[in-house]
Ligand binder design. Structure first.
Ligand SMILES: *Cc1c(COP(=O)(O)O)cnc(C)c1O
Length: 370
């Protein structure tokens, strides 16, 4: 919450003074300190419970040998690997310190006071923060069945709109948009408005009509697709993500990018992770089994949930979720309250290892007295 007693508020940019900072998942070590336990389970930040694969681990170990030097500020090897992976020009790639960084670069390059960005209710919190941090106005469309209502979003686009943010699948709802629906929306947007398709969870999705928006880059110069190494690749701690766009858009993003925004360990790990198909396969398979574990448990407990194609599931606990979350914390289970996303009775649970999921389910059962 913004601290209104802060004397520096007067000299801060007015839009910064009104910002509420992003609230991350509670760190495990913090809860363990508070409770005096050592076996907390964290299912709060949609991380890969397997962590990085063996190829990325080896690359990190090797890169540790040369930490005295600055990283490659242009990220040559990683940009070449991404260009080959997606069959785009290296000049289409913008590297970020996590894909959050890329979202922020987009806001800094294209939004300012007097301009607007459009996103959905229950959308990723960073869209609102990045928009407000540069003094632009956020226009928020009501959701439909917890997901993006593209008609409602299109109705908010006007001559001041510079960016439309869409996560596909969405976090925290886990809902998704099919290829035809999303493509029609993008085609109808004015060319003066950028559309960001945030594909942080794309690897988890197996629906046949789920789109890969990177395939539309050629036809749509106003499209930016963002991806991350923090989710299926298990590199959340290293902070590395990227945007793919028209090279002229990437040129502007790279003008506001800090020179060494992606560190050397992250660059090396990302190159190695990118083509570790075996680790991606194992991670997706584990996620599928965990998703089944939760949906079966929620059905048994009589709890409604939002059907999700991501590596998390958002469940309706049928009462204000804050106290339920507190009780789960006392049992050493960290999940994510989503009241700040307009979902006061829901908790978002990241899919973990089977035993972690079982702990979470048992704790929920106990707390909800089912
Ligand atoms: C987790 C997540 C990201 C990834 O953020 P990083 O900065 O790459 O860790 C991006 N978008 C959404 C919707 C997410 O949930």
């Amino acid at each position: 919450m913004p601290n209104q007693d802060n004397p520096f508020l007067e000299i801060a940019a007015p839009w910064v003074a009104g910002l509420s900072p992003y609230v991350p998942g509670k760190p495990m070590a913090e809860l363990e300190r508070e409770l005096g336990i050592t076996d907390a389970v964290k299912l709060a930040s949609n991380e890969n419970p397997l962590g990085p694969g063996p190829k990325a681990r080896a690359a990190i170990a090797e890169a540790c040998g040369d930490l005295g030097r600055y990283p490659d500020g242009g990220g040559f090897a990683l940009r070449m690997a991404l260009a080959a992976h997606h069959d785009v020009s290296p000049s289409a790639v913008t590297l970020g310190n996590g894909s959050n960084d890329v979202l922020d670069l987009i806001a800094r390059a294209f939004l300012q006071p007097g301009t607007e960005s459009v996103f959905s209710e229950h959308a990723f919190a960073v869209y609102a923060i990045s928009t407000q941090a540069v003094g632009a106005r956020a226009r928020i469309a009501p959701a439909r069945d917890y997901g993006h209502d593209l008609e409602a979003m299109a109705a908010l686009v006007n001559e001041r709109t510079r960016v439309v943010w869409i996560a596909n699948p969405n976090n925290p709802s886990g809902t998704w948009l099919d290829a035809a629906t999303l493509k029609t929306f993008i085609e109808a947007l004015p060319r003066t408005c950028l559309v960001v398709i945030d594909e942080a969870y794309t690897d988890y999705v197996s629906e046949p009509d789920f789109p890969d928006a990177t395939l539309w880059l050629e036809a749509h110069p106003n499209l930016i697709v963002t991806r991350t190494f923090a989710k299926v690749h298990g590199l959340a701690a290293l902070r590395v993500g990227y945007g793919l766009s028209h090279p002229k858009v990437a040129d502007l993003l790279n003008r506001v990018r800090q020179p060494f925004n992606v560190n050397a360990l992250a660059q090396a790990a990302a190159v190695a992770a990118l083509d570790d198909r075996e680790h991606v396969r194992a991670s997706v398979e584990l996620n599928r089994a965990g998703m089944r574990q939760y949906t079966e448990a929620f059905a048994r407990l009589g709890l409604d949930f939002i059907p999700s194609v991501g590596n998390f599931i958002t469940v309706d606990v049928g009462r204000p979720a804050g106290p339920v979350n507190d009780a789960l914390l006392r049992l050493g289970v960290i999940v994510r309250p989503v009241a700040n996303y307009g979902l006061p009775n829901h908790l978002r649970v990241s899919i973990g290892l089977e035993a972690e999921n079982a702990r979470c389910i048992a704790a929920l059962e106990q707390v909800l007295d089912r």
